[in-house]
Design a protein around this ligand. Structure first.
Ligand code: IMP
Length: 184
């Protein structure tokens, strides 16, 4: 789906699909260099990071393995609740592994800081983060991702995996959701 298929719901395209792919290729080149000669496990955070992981891992030129975790902090609203629950845990033992958590968006940081301390307690050699998007103005807990795709303003965005009430994940671009859609 493209933003012009739902013109009354998306007020602005923040990032086009070409810009997304170009940036993913740049970050992948950086990750290839940083992890050269070491094993790398990507941990995708469901469901928002599915599309980032799928595209990003194909830009990598080294072997990589992937596993998935699902956590909930948002429900179907647009505000972080701060309460994090594991809905689906990893199948992989992290002992001695180099882990790169792939996130769709870093907003308040509540979800990611909780997730990082959880993963770090499992004996990984290293745990780093790649977040496609970051809202610097919204950050409430200090989380420092090693890789950031794009810094964006503090607005509610959808597309490229990101949803509102489970919709818009299949939008090719990252766009600003019209507040009328969520009654804002
Ligand atoms: P945090 O705990 O506030 O950092 O929120 C992280 C999670 O909230 C993300 O993984 C998303 O699932 C969701 N989220 C935060 N901001 C947005 C947004 O602008 N659009 C869609 N989902 C968002």
């Amino acid at each position: 789906m493209d933003a012009d298929h739902v013109p009354s719901e998306i007020t602005e395209i923040l990032i086009t699909d070409e810009q997304l792919q170009r940036r993913l290729a740049e970050v992948a080149a950086q990750v290839d260099a940083d992890y050269a000669g070491r094993d790398l496990l990507l941990v995708g955070v469901l469901k928002g990071a599915t599309i980032v992981v799928a595209d990003f891992m194909r830009h990598l030129k080294s072997h990589v393995t992937v596993d998935w975790m699902a956590v909930s902090s948002y429900g179907s609203g647009t505000q972080s609740s701060g309460v994090v629950r594991i809905l689906k845990d990893l199948d992989t033992d992290l002992e001695g592994r180099n882990v790169l958590v792939v996130e769709d968006i870093l907003d308040t940081g509540l979800t990611l800081s909780w997730l990082l301390s959880n993963l770090k307690s499992r004996g990984a050699e290293s745990v780093e983060v790649f977040t496609l998007l970051r809202k610097p103005e919204a950050l409430r807990i200090p989380v420092e991702p090693k890789y950031v795709g794009f810094d964006i303003p503090n607005v509610f965005v959808v597309g490229y995996g990101l949803d509102y009430a489970e919709r818009y994940r299949n939008l090719r671009q990252v766009g600003v959701l019209d507040p009328r859609v969520y009654g804002g």
